[in-house]
Ligand binder design. Structure first.
Ligand code: URA
Length: 189
């Protein structure tokens, strides 16, 4: 209950955020979605697209539907995961967030990680990889390999589901990466 109360005040603070210019063009602040605030897996994308901006919900457009499909196919339970983004407001025309925008938003994501306390963070695509792992890492080179943050969580870099819509050949690789997540999850739950 205590956790829910403080999570609610976190949500309110995010909704009133004006830390960067994306606040001027957003319809809604998109904070995250998940059935469980103690979810062991946190998936982090880039930033809200048009559908997410309009609805206020993370990953509800085409890429989100594909992600849901993949998670269901791998028998993830909705209680297992929580989905959010590097930035919480839509960058105009779906461009990648700028360094300034990402830096302005990252303290909110850190706060979210403290609430959820995930055991696994999945970086969905290059933007999440850049801000959560390393500026120099390349998704095609590091995907599928665990990055350990001992005492905190393990990070699994994989493709952004939108990349699979553009290049369906990537589906199998992302499936294998998420299978590793599923298998590790089984060992800790
Ligand atoms: N792409 C993202 O990175 N995040 C969303 O919420 C939707 C699409």
């Amino acid at each position: 209950m205590k956790k829910q109360v403080s999570y609610d005040s976190f949500i309110n603070a995010c909704r009133n955020c004006t830390n960067c210019d994306l606040a001027k063009t957003r319809t809604n602040v998109v904070i995250g979605r998940g059935a469980n605030l103690n979810a062991p897996v946190m998936l982090v994308g880039e930033g809200p697209g048009e559908q997410e901006d309009l609805t206020g919900q993370a990953f509800v457009g085409r890429a989100g539907k594909l992600l849901d499909h993949l998670l269901t196919a791998l028998m993830f339970n909705p209680e297992d995961y929580y989905i959010c983004n590097i930035v919480k407001c839509r960058p105009p025309n779906n461009r990648a967030p700028s360094l300034e925008e990402a830096k302005a938003c990252l303290p909110w994501l850190r706060c979210q990680v403290k609430y959820i306390k995930p055991k696994i963070i999945v970086c969905l695509g290059a933007t999440a990889l850049k801000y959560l792992v390393s500026q120099d890492a390349r998704i095609t080179q590091v995907r599928g390999n665990w990055v350990d943050r001992p005492g905190f969580f393990r990070i699994m870099p994989t493709y952004h589901p939108a990349a699979l819509l553009r290049d369906p050949k990537k589906k199998e690789e992302m499936f294998l990466d998420m299978k590793k997540v599923r298998e590790y999850l089984k060992t800790i739950s």
